[in-house]
Design a protein around this ligand. Structure first.
Ligand SMILES: Nc1ncnc2c1ncn2[C@@H]1O[C@H](COP(=O)(O)OP(=O)(O)OP(=O)(O)O)[C@@H](O)[C@H]1O
Ligand SMILES: CC(=O)C(=O)O
Ligand SMILES: [K+]
Ligand SMILES: [Mg+2]
Length: 567
């Protein structure tokens, strides 16, 4: 295998596009929806290059050489206006709900920087989710976006049922409510809540504390009558349908037999089959307890879809997931710091250190990590964030998490776009600050390669990122078939953005979760010289790079590094 570290003088500009040599690798299997030749409408109305809007597009598999490159109008405009340095490195995930499911609302989020749309299977029907997923896909096809879709499983922790159709219910101080494992016909009897876990009434004891949604409302158990548990409200608040329930005894979370509840319930398996058939990009698994369940799901997915890949994200939100953290992260394709439920399972004051530990470990193990929940909680109701929320977002950005997530703020809040705009502007500001003032801690990156070839890739990426910082290059270019080299570069968190070129649209979407990567779809060959010339011409034609820009280019086919000026 060739390993080249070449310092090239700028190649002579090629008047016509170079010919593509044949691919050195067997082509990837064709995706199930094979569209041998179609036209992708890109950068529609807002495109500064209307003449480039309609370009031949060769589908997922790389296929024959085309002259197109897939990039969205927003990235294009951002690069053109502000140059490489200003691109946002932290990725943004939005939970889609009633406030954001309409086509124009989804488009507004994509335009404002949503990289991943999350649908939460705790809520909504398959029809509703299908509508959202297809709308996101349509947006990608019509406007050139690479918004990935993440499906989040419900998991089978203890939660309340729905409130007999009511959107919420208010629990007042001192009121007595009944939590019951009986199933009721709606409307529910007054001040009654059904609980999904059959062992509930047996497991709780008089004197236990019952926390709704991690403490948004608190009750004390005062009496057990068969399937009914009478509780007095000690901390009033709003009860929302299907809210999570935990119970605590002597300041400790009680996990009796509910510790035996499966991580992936029968409902979750149906949802996962649905996600596979709709072609989601990520499945986030709620209440993960062990690495085994992740491996189990990954082999299930591998057996089910030969032609598409779905990344599995482990949600770290339970005591068990924290106990088995490293094994779980190693088994997964990424992790989410799910602070909402985590804060109901460990004392709140331990959540920030858990976050820091997870973010750090994920980076060391080269897995993308999402920081989630309550980042801008007050923006569900108000158009501006609190100072504390801005500080929390800043801290997650400073920790250099791959992505930040909106939950209720975008799913059912009053100001979804404003909340996204806050995430975007705070990310940009903090990223610039730490670049200018070197305010981030250098991180020891342990060797993670499992083969000699991987070891070469890892060394190349570590060196390239270091060179990029030392030489002050404008961008790193990586031509990647598996995405691996792109993620290894992202792991180094270099000062400049990383342009990741991949021949598959699904890979492009998956890379969109990772810190600092600007993913493009482009068919390319094993001949780096010709890839580079072609890429330069295409990007120059769209005004996204200019002559004289300094670039370091890597490829996972040749395992090479080249330093060059754009001709
Ligand atoms: N598809 C949907 N339909 C209706 N409401 C939704 C939907 N998705 C989210 N929501 C609302 O937005 C709120 C916040 O969403 P979020 O995804 O954080 O849910 P959650 O119930 O807290 O569960 P999780 O712990 O999985 O995040 C939910 O409590 C719900 O009220
Ligand atoms: C996101 C999520 O599931 C949580 O914070 O609990
Ligand atoms: K969920
Ligand atoms: Mg949760």
């Amino acid at each position: 295998m060739a390993q080249a570290l070449r310092l090239l003088s700028p190649p002579t500009p090629s008047p016509s596009l170079p010919r593509l040599s044949s691919l050195p690798f067997p082509p990837r299997p064709l995706p199930c929806r094979s569209r041998p030749h179609r036209y992708a409408l890109r950068a529609a109305a807002s495109s500064p290059h209307p003449d480039l809007d309609l370009l031949p597009f060769d589908g997922d598999a790389g296929g024959p050489a085309t002259t197109s490159i897939d990039v969205d109008s927003v990235t294009e405009a951002e690069l053109k206006e502000n140059g490489f340095r200003s691109t946002r490195r932290t990725k943004l995930v939005c939970t889609i709900g009633p406030a954001t499911c309409a086509a124009e609302q989804l488009e507004a989020l994509a335009v404002s920087g949503m990289n991943v749309a999350r649908v939460n299977m705790c809520h909504g029907t398959h029809d509703w989710h299908r509508g959202v997923i297809r709308q996101v896909r349509r947006l990608n096809e019509e406007k050139g976006f690479a918004v990935a879709v993440m499906m989040d499983t419900q998991g089978s922790e203890i939660h309340m049922g729905d409130l007999g159709g009511a959107a919420s219910a208010k629990a007042e101080d001192g009121e007595i409510w009944t939590f019951s494992v009986r199933s009721f016909n709606s409307p529910l009897p007054e001040r009654t809540i059904s609980v999904n876990y059959d062992g509930f009434a047996e497991d709780v004891r008089v004197g236990d504390e019952l926390l709704v949604d991690g403490g948004m409302v608190r009750f004390e158990v005062i009496e057990k009558i068969g399937p009914d548990v009478k509780c007095r409200c000690n901390d009033p608040g709003l009860l929302l349908p299907r809210a999570n329930l935990t119970f605590w005894r002597n300041d400790r979370l009680i996990r009796e037999r509910n510790a035996m509840l499966p991580t992936i319930s029968s409902k979750d398996w149906l949802d996962i089959d649905f996600g596979i058939s709709e072609g989601v990009d990520f499945i986030a698994v709620s209440f993960v307890k062990s690495a085994e369940v992740i491996s189990h799901l990954k082999s299930y997915i591998a057996a089910r879809c030969h032609d598409k890949e779905i990344a599995v994200i482990a949600k770290i939100e339970s005591v068990d997931s924290l106990k088995n953290l490293e094994g779980i992260i190693r088994a997964s394709d990424g992790a989410m710091v799910a602070r909402g439920d985590m804060g109901a399972q460990i004392p709140l004051e331990e959540v920030p250190s858990a976050q820091l530990k997870i973010v750090k470990l994920c980076r060391q193990l080269n897995k993308p990590v999402i920081v989630a929940s309550q980042l801008l909680e007050s923006m569900i109701e108000y158009p501006t964030p609190t100072r504390a929320e801005v500080a929390d977002v800043s801290e997650a950005v400073r920790q250099r998490a791959d992505a930040l997530m909106l939950s209720g703020e975008s799913a059912m809040g009053q100001y979804p776009e404003k909340a996204l705009a806050v995430l975007r502007s705070v990310s940009l500001r903090i990223e610039r600050w730490w670049r200018e003032e070197k305010r981030y801690e250098a991180m020891e990156l342990p060797d993670i390669a499992s083969s000699f070839s991987d070891k070469i890739s890892e060394e190349i990426c570590n060196s390239a990122a270091k060179m990029a910082n030392n030489l002050g290059v404008d961008a790193l270019f990586v031509f990647t078939r598996t995405g691996h080299m792109a993620s290894l570069l992202s792991r180094c968190r270099p000062d400049c953005p990383i342009f990741a070129f991949t021949s598959s649209t699904s890979m492009r979407r998956r890379l969109n979760l990772q810190w600092g990567l600007i993913p493009f779809r482009l068919s390319f060959s094993g001949d780096m010289e010709s890839n580079l010339n072609r890429t330069f011409s295409l990007l120059k034609a769209r005004g996204m790079i200019k002559s004289g820009d300094l670039v370091i280019a890597l490829s996972d086919m040749l395992q090479s590094i080249q330093v060059m000026k754009v001709p």
